[in-house]
Design a protein around this ligand. Sequence first.
Ligand code: SF4
Length: 369
Amino acid sequence: MKITFPRLGTVHVGLKSVLEDLGHEVVVPPRITEETVNLGAKHAPETACFPLKINLGSFLEVFREHPDVDMIVMAGGVGPCRFGYYFRTEQDILTDLGYGHVNWVVMEPPRGNLRQSLDSLGALNDGCSTWQVAAALRLGWRKLVAMDDILKTVHRVRAHETQRGAASRIFRAAVTQMENADSLQEVDQIARQTLRRLQNICREDDGDTVRVAIVGEIYVSMEPGANLHIEEALGYLGAEIHRTIMVTDWAKENILLDFLRWDSRGKDHKEAAKPYLNHFVGGEGQASVGSTVLLADAVDGVVHLMPFTCMPEIVAQSVMPQVSKDYDVPVLTLVFDEHTGRAGVLTRLEAFVDLLRRRRRKKGQRSIG
Ligand code: SF4
């Protein structure tokens, strides 16, 4: 099979590895650009979720170069938000556009259903033994863990890099190397070397660094092409970042613990969010509120990201002013869709970081006095 899948942050590094090891030819969608967004927006319903439009544009870019792709693998979902409709909507639109030949494999949340999970995996297995499948999953997972470790370090060191763009260059090189790694040893070696290189580009902290947490909807939080590369922008403004959703954390909670039907998943966030939002509203809405409460003392400010019309994050946004007031932590909510301009986002980020820096200096003066 010739397979593609939605592009989301560094997910392709692990997923490509697994699918290739299972015997498939894999087409990784190109990086998300303005063109991708416009292409998706042109063919999707106007009120569809922004991530759906990006996925659609991304698939169309793949088909433009590789019309012989015959399978799409993507995640499914269950309510209460619209994620569960992505598959049907995208399938209908692509069929109308002439790509009705494509087979879709939708990985639904396991919810303790072993049969369903094995069936999905079985549809992707091209005659490999159980041992080979396990080895493929292990290597893919190790790559994702390594990329998360590297990315967390990038989020920290970018604020201190001696040469602007150095951390991003090292990161991009690591992505390419990791994509080509074919053993666990190689993955570990690339991770070690990359982390060392990142440490070597740091200058001493001048005391003016601010710490910013990023919370919000998973797609715009994890995909730089969807959030107009705001992590890079914040780093260049001298902000260390703590992003609350990383690929492997999400996978552990939503695949592994979901499969085990372990009720304690996300328990801390739920507890923390309870006074403001005491039930699940879909997506990451409750987690956005809970994370803001939990991180309020550890960061100088919180950037809350959401796609336009995202129901769970609209609910979260409505209680954020109260959380911000109660915990004395500034929160900046940024909304993304195909009309969002980078210049406007950068201006708001500059003003926000400036505010955080002033507050920090003021607090420092107070504690000295
Ligand atoms: S979380 Fe928001 S953007 Fe994502 S599918 Fe649900 S409603 Fe749409």
